[in-house]
Design a protein around this ligand. Structure first.
Ligand code: UAG
Ligand code: ATP
Length: 509
């Protein structure tokens, strides 16, 4: 990456433009910084340092100054003997100054962004797979699972957040642009808006998949209204909108889109409906793919010329909805129907509806479903497609977040599962046995056979060993995760697919 920099006078101008500057102390009018950071543990030579975060301490700023910082940005004056910019909102300042520091890479990218309680990662992978065929090596991906910023293997790495902190966001956009990329497909979480990680960013296409109560709690959103408010911001900040016409709170969502876009730039899709621009219907599903039809209902829809049958290499009727959103977005990014069809046929999403065939222990699905709505969609789909099979689920719920998921899992297991083994999934600072107990208390034991086995690998082994042909084993909620977050440490874990395959090798050879 070329040397990046930011002049203090330019920083002041940008903050003033956004009405964020409270005061400034400029010790050197010609100062231009060549390093940017919010983490005092890094080298800060000739750097700008941002004091941000709930757990920020003054000593971090002192450490940054000692390490070479020349300028700090903060909501509070610390009198450190270096230049400072005091701002109304440090997260917003971090976003717009990071964009400027990295030379506004967003201006060189066609950006497609998706939000939704469920389906963001899947839809992003579908679009990436389609567009990468049309523009090989030129499409970046910022997803919960991977970030891809260039065509070489070293340009692909694991993500820590669904939507990165603004500084990393603009840094990785810069890397993508420097690597010759021209398009970016990204997920935007509600937290990204809550924490102003995407403040100031405008999207070419913004998509809204669905919303159900989730992410409400101590460290996330105080209420559902706040969650919805944050999520709909994506549409307000997008030029063209793609919206699921059957989402909850549709009226609020469409009103948000209309705040900044004309109806000609808003595309609606739904299942078996006349109240949208596109209607989809399922035709056929097997254990490895599903076939569905897309038909345009309105003239606006017809103009995109995407009507027809599509085969999707990832099952689940909800994935047909994700795929339809991907079809519309990809067409708007100039992919043609043939490319879209082949991109969907070959698309794979790590940890989402991966299936493993066994010789004599049924079919195993690994899926990231980790709240009531997604488990209901997953188990409901499997129940409908395989009415004669026993549905056997291994699942746990994380500690210190999404506490409502525990009752949700109890409810959905009662509604749809035949048996369940409750186990550990990112317990954080809680006791996994307590979490399992809380799920268990919400299960009707007359309907589901339930066991608790705290060690996840043993739980999976027990479920596979006690299953036979015709059974469906669902390893839920963890997807491809390679760790268990335990007491503040990411403890390595081989991942559910690896564990399942290892057990099968042991017992089936
Ligand atoms: C609650 C929340 O949003 N926290 C995020 C936030 O942390 P923060 O700004 O409050 O920082 P902090 O952890 O309080 O630390 C304070 C500051 O001191 C600095 N520090 C700390 C120690 C030190 O020695 N020196 C130092 O300078 C830190 O670098 C930091 O800037 O900014 C950090 C990056 O700058 C994020 O990693 C962190 O995400 C936490 C870990 C997280 O897990 N967030 C989840 C809830 C989240 O955002 N999830 C959504 C997906 C949800 C969905 O599916 O919809 C996501 O987009 O991933
Ligand atoms: N459109 C959908 N409606 C309901 N459930 C879905 C939908 N798409 C995916 N799912 C379920 O949700 C799980 C997570 O899907 P995905 O990772 O694509 O969503 P996400 O929005 O990125 O989730 P998260 O924010 O939790 O990372 C899938 O494994 C599947 O079980």
């Amino acid at each position: 990456m070329q040397m990046m920099s930011l002049e203090i006078s330019k920083a002041i101008d940008i903050l003033q433009e956004h009405d964020l500057l409270v005061s400034s102390k400029v010790l050197d009018e010609n100062l231009f910084v060549t390093h940017i950071s919010y983490n005092s543990r890094e080298d800060q030579t000739n750097g700008i340092f941002f004091c941000k975060g709930n757990n920020f301490k003054a000593e971090y700023l002192q450490q940054a100054v000692d390490a070479g910082a020349q300028l700090y940005v903060s909501e509070k004056e610390y009198n450190m003997g270096i230049s400072s910019l005091i701002v109304k909102d440090v997260q917003k300042a971090l976003s717009i100054l990071s964009a400027a520091f990295y030379g506004n890479p967003e201006r060189d990218l066609f950006i497609i962004a998706f939000t939704g309680t469920k389906g963001k990662t899947t839809t992003s992978y579908f679009i990436h797979n389609i567009l990468d065929q049309v523009y090989p090596g030129k499409v970046a991906l910022f997803s919960t699972v991977d970030r891809i910023v260039g065509p070489k293997p070293e340009d692909k790495f694991k993500s820590d957040l669904t939507t990165p902190e603004s500084m990393e966001l603009f840094r990785d956009m810069r890397r993508a642009v420097d690597n010759g990329m021209t398009k970016l497909v990204m997920e935007v979480s509600s937290q990204a808006y809550k924490k102003n990680r995407v403040y100031g960013l405008n999207f070419d296409i913004g998509g809204f998949l669905n919303i159900t109560p989730d992410h409400i709690g101590e460290n996330e959103h105080p209420t559902y209204a706040d969650y919805l408010f944050c999520k709909k911001q994506l549409l307000i900040n997008s030029k063209v909108n793609i919206i699921n016409a059957q989402t909850n709170d549709f009226d609020t969502v469409i009103a948000a889109a209309r705040e900044t876009s004309a109806d000609k730039d808003i595309y609606l899709f739904g299942r078996d409906t006349k109240d949208a621009d596109f209607s989809i219907s399922s035709k056929e599903a097997t254990l490895s793919d599903s076939i569905f039809d897309v038909s345009a209902v309105t003239d606006k829809g017809k103009q995109l010329n995407v009507d027809g049958e599509y085969k999707l290499g990832v099952v689940g009727d909800f994935n047909e909805m994700n795929a339809t959103a991907a079809i519309i977005a990809s067409r708007l990014a100039q992919a043609d129907k043939k490319d879209i069809a082949s991109g969907l046929r070959t698309a794979r999403v790590p940890g989402r509806m991966e299936h493993i065939n066994t010789k004599s222990h049924g079919t195993i699905f690994v899926d990231y479903a980790h709240n009531y709505a997604s488990m209901k969609a997953l188990l409901g789909f499997l129940r409908t497609e395989y009415p004669k099979s026993k549905l056997k689920v291994v699942v746990g719920s994380p500690g210190n977040k999404g506490v409502s998921r525990r009752a949700g899992f109890g409810k959905v297991l009662t509604e749809l599962a035949d048996s369940a083994i409750l186990t550990t999934d990112d317990p954080g600072f809680e006791d996994p046995a307590d979490i399992c107990k809380q799920i268990d208390e919400n299960i009707d034991h007359s309907k589901v056979e339930v066991k608790t086995i705290i060690d996840r690998q043993s739980a999976i082994r027990e479920m596979i060993e006690t299953s036979s042909n015709g059974d469906i084993v669902v390893l839920a909620a963890k997807g491809e995760d390679h760790y268990q977050k335990t007491n503040g440490v990411d403890v390595p874990y081989p991942s559910d697919p690896t564990v399942a395959k290892g057990i099968l090798k042991d017992i089936e050879g």
